[in-house]
Design a protein around this ligand. Structure first.
Ligand code: S3P
Length: 432
């Protein structure tokens, strides 16, 4: 357990850890490539370590020096693992790796921790079966543990209704070893790191705007060529400090090297819509991704805001911390069309609603979101994280703005994406 009390202000500079989505992909794609790749500023967290461990169990050699990795690519030719592959808490590891395993002519089983074993997998299993992979698991293949016997695949055209980047990525990775073309259609463009990074590895992709949304098409049997990938800071981790700065009087922060990809910057756009002072400095490109230093300062009382269904993919992981900012804004804020939050590392709609109520906020719960009546100040209380890193960090921010003491029940879960979170708060003068 950890105790938090109100912080005066946060000032200075911080480089939050590297992006989780990019770090997973960097090590995975390097191991799929031909030749030796280098990954710089790799995020070392519980989730990304699960990916690295699985790749090693499949025969990939990786040499690690600090936060930099040298990866000996296997060119899509792995060894049959002699044990069950454990994705731990990581949905990205399980789902993307299923796409890779579907291309391999051997037997493998993938599992995860209690939370991951309760999360839906049919969204990747069904299209991979259509491509020709033989996959089975609990509940007809919807729940881990899941076994895959891959092999000869054929390209498909798939409508990715939930705009899930994990599903899109799994299909593109399988599509790279399938006959013909694999095509993924999305109603709203989901995070596009796979497309950007595959092109950095020399893969040709076609992207078009179709009648039902965005289309990505890839031809099978292209090889990835080894390259260098630099990982920027994770906007989903930076979001906690942006929130803390806009909410605490006298704050002024420069967050360095932040990924500002338009499929990931929805939280910053919402903060601006609420009246927050946030700006980009030194905008540049790093390994085909837009990166900037993000300047933020205390912004007085913010205005309530609405998140519409089509805006959800660009801020999906930031919704818990956005809810905290909404709870201190003037007026009624709404989030709708976010039912995906119910099947993340925890049921994030339930966790947000319960914890905000504990802190004295009036909240209405919907199947696909919530409505929050802003208040002038939060009251400290006992926060239940449900073992979910983003709930722990969002409500730590809430606790640092609240009157009285806040207790976080399982702060260790931050290790999933941001092991140094509480240390970084202390560096900025917070009493944690
Ligand atoms: C991720 C995609 C998103 C996101 C998750 C990471 C990725 O999930 O919530 O934290 O790296 O592709 P969905 O693809 O399920 O929307």
């Amino acid at each position: 357990m950890i105790k938090l009390t109100k912080v005066g202000s946060v000032r200075g500079e911080l480089r939050t850890p590297s992006d989780k989505s990019i770090s997973h992909r960097a090590v995975m794609f390097s191991s799929l490539a031909e030749g030796v790749s280098y990954v710089y500023n790799w995020l070392e967290s519980a989730d990304t370590k699960a990916t690295l461990h699985i790749l090693k169990s499949l025969g990939t050699k990786v040499v690690k020096k600090g936060n930099h990795l040298k990866v000996y690519g296997r060119g899509y030719s792995f060894l049959e693992p002699s044990t069950v592959l454990d994705a731990k808490n990581s949905g990205t590891t399980a789902r993307l790796m299923m796409g890779v395993l579907a291309t391999q002519p051997f037997f493998s089983t993938i599992t995860g921790d209690k939370s991951l074993r309760s999360r839906p997998m049919l969204r990747v299993v069904e299209p991979l079966r259509l491509m020709g992979a033989s996959i089975d698991g609990r509940e007809g293949g919807n729940k881990l543990p899941i076994s895959v016997r891959g092999g000869k695949l054929k390209g498909v055209s798939f409508f990715n209704k939930k705009a899930s980047a994990q599903v899109k990525s799994a299909l593109l990775l399988a599509g790279l070893r399938a006959d013909g073309y694999t095509e993924v259609l999305e109603p709203v463009l989901s995070r596009d790191h796979t497309e950007r990074m595959l092109s950095a590895f020399g893969v040709r992709l076609y992207q078009m705007e179709g009648e039902s949304g965005h289309v990505i098409k890839i031809e099978g049997f292209q090889n990835l060529k080894a390259t260098e990938i630099f990982c920027p800071a994770d906007p989903s981790s930076t979001a906690f400090f942006l929130a803390l700065a806009v909410l605490t009087s006298g704050s002024d922060l420069l967050l360095k090297d932040v990924l500002v990809n338009p499929t990931r910057d929805g939280f910053i756009r919402k903060l601006k819509e609420m009246g927050a002072h946030v700006s980009y400095e030194n905008l540049r490109e790093l390994s085909r991704e837009p990166v900037a230093d993000v300047y933020v300062r205390y912004s007085g009382r913010l205005r309530a805001v609405e998140v519409k269904p089509e805006e959800v993919p660009s801020l999906i992981d930031e919704i818990p911390v956005l809810a905290v900012v909404m709870s201190l804004a003037e007026g009624v804020s709404k989030v709708r069309g976010a039912e995906e939050l119910r099947v993340k590392e925890s049921d994030r709609i339930k966790a947000v609603v319960e914890n905000l109520r504990v802190m004295g906020v009036k909240v209405e719960e919907y199947k696909d979101g919530f409505e929050i009546e802003g208040t002038e100040s939060l009251k400290g209380g006992f926060v239940k994280t449900y073992g979910d890193h983003r709930i722990a960090m969002a409500f730590s921010v809430a606790g640092l703005t609240a009157q009285g003491e806040t207790i976080i029940d399982n702060p260790q879960c931050v290790a999933v994406s941001y092991p140094e979170f509480y240390e970084d708060l202390r560096k900025l003068g917070c009493s944690v």
